[in-house]
Design a protein around this ligand. Structure first.
Ligand code: MEV
Length: 450
């Protein structure tokens, strides 16, 4: 068989696997077995997953964990988190417990506006284009009435459309810059459909506009697409307490901890190398809840990092201060999320995760996600400024190392016990297991049963 294939997408799943494994794997049977091991026994459920994308050959699992005990705006929640990094869920749960005793998290949606643009070229007089836009602006709204009817019933729709002259950046480049309210949907399909209609209206109206020369009548639309940069769709998550209440760690005075914590956040404000890692820690929490609730984590990532660089330098998304003896730590983050449409009604686990959160509105989900980010950031900066990150990380990573070494349950039990007081490292765990395997297995078993 050749390595190039026409009509691959038309092959059945078994045939796709056969082609793939016979071309790319030393042991095609073993590769096919692994791919099929991850299929779901429930044929209907498997078909649902197969049809999410093109050319599905298997499923790729992420663990779904839960972080209980989150007090958010006075109510208790369990946050669902889909993530592979071993320490993330434990850190979230630890932060939840810490802040539940200190008033919990507060979260507020600051704004919910989404943005989309039609990018086009116009070779003519800018003032004439502006007059044309003003004359036909209402046509953008009337020509999209079919698309906006349902959204308007739900309280959303097109907020405004502006003409923007971008010719100082690129010759002849202009935009229709439109803003939208999409209520509980992320709104990508709604926004893109409206934009494509705006583009058609723009071109058609220009052709019939008498004041334009023939050249001006031929507007060239380059593309119509929503923006994943949503600086006016922002949520704030916050915690605060008297500095004296930051008293969990006997090894550091509350005032010293608070000051060190604030300085660490200031470092991430001024130093991009630190800011990127600091914000990565925030995204550990944000992405995990975004994925579990069936939202588009690539859109969220792209928008969040653009926001972190909005003043021209990449900075921390979170802030911390001590004022009048009160420690406050907060995060402002742009999040375009949906709780209707997309995967939210299709994926059974997503439906369950949303139900776990009380079937939230998009605004409520924005609050939960921002809180997950702040909680994660608190846990990371707290560890970094006290014990160091490796102690907790390696403890959580211990199970991965044990699995890599093929440890059985008894060996795992013995290792977990041993490394409660010893430093975890790959070689340390390997040495421990090697030593253990030299011993009498019944001794380990007795210890396990004790
Ligand atoms: C690791 O996934 C995330 C951290 O590096 C975040 C941070 O440094 O703040 C621990």
């Amino acid at each position: 068989m050749s390595n190039t294939i026409a009509g691959f997408s038309k092959l059945g799943k078994e045939q796709k696997i056969e082609w793939l494994t016979s071309h790319y794997f030393a042991d095609p049977n073993a590769a096919a077995t692994i791919l099929k091991q991850y299929w779901n026994d429930d044929a209907a459920l498997q078909k649902l997953h197969d049809e999410f994308i093109e050319n599905t050959v298997s499923n790729f699992y992420l663990p779904l964990g839960v972080a209980p005990g989150f007090v958010i705006n006075g109510k208790e929640y369990v946050l669902p988190m889909a993530v592979e990094e071993s320490s993330v869920v434990a850190a979230a749960a630890r932060s939840a417990k810490f802040w539940a005793k200190r008033g919990g998290f507060k979260a507020t949606v600051i704004s919910t506006e989404k943005i989309g643009q039609v990018h086009f070229l116009y070779k003519g007089d800018a003032a004439k284009l502006q007059a044309f836009f003003d004359a036909i602006k209402s046509a953008f709204f009337t020509s999209t009435e079919d698309l906006t009817k349902n959204m308007q019933k739900r309280g959303g729709g097109i907020l405004d459309i502006e003409l923007r002259d971008k010719t100082t950046l690129l010759p002849n480049y202009y935009q229709l810059h439109a803003t939208f309210e999409t209520v509980d949907s992320m709104g990508a399909n709604f926004i893109n459909s409206c934009l494509e209609q705006f583009a058609n209206t723009l071109k058609a109206q220009a052709l019939g506009y008498d004041a334009f020369t023939e050249c001006e009548q031929h507007i060239e639309v380059i593309m119509s697409i929503l923006s994943n940069y949503v600086p006016n769709c922002v949520v704030r998550a916050e915690v605060s307490c008297p500095v004296s209440d930051l008293n969990d760690d006997k090894n550091i005075k509350p005032e010293d901890f608070a000051q060190k914590f604030v300085t660490a956040v200031q470092v991430a404000q001024v130093e991009p190398f630190r800011a990127v890692t600091h914000n990565k820690g925030i995204m550990n929490g944000i992405d995990a809840v975004v994925v579990a609730t069936g939202n588009d984590f690539r859109a969220v990532e792209a928008g969040v990092h653009a926001y972190a660089a909005k003043d021209g330098q990449y900075r921390s998304l979170s802030h911390a201060k001590i004022e009048d003896g009160i420690f406050t730590f907060w995060l402002d983050v742009p999040l375009a999320l949906g709780t209707v449409g997309g995967l939210t009604t299709l994926h059974p686990l997503v439906k369950l995760c949303l139900e776990m959160l009380g079937n939230p509105s998009a605004k409520e989900l924005m609050q939960f996600v921002a809180v997950a980010g702040l909680a994660q950031n608190f846990a990371a900066v707290r560890s970094l400024t006290t014990t160091g990150i490796q102690q907790g990380h390696m403890k959580m990573h211990l199970m991965n190392i044990l699995n890599q070494l093929g440890a059985n349950d008894l060996e795992k039990h013995a290792a977990v016990k041993h490394f409660e007081t010893a430093t975890v490292s790959h070689s340390g765990v390997a040495d421990f297991i090697e030593e253990l395997r030299k011993n009498d297995p019944t001794k380990i078993e007795e210890d396990f049963l004790r």
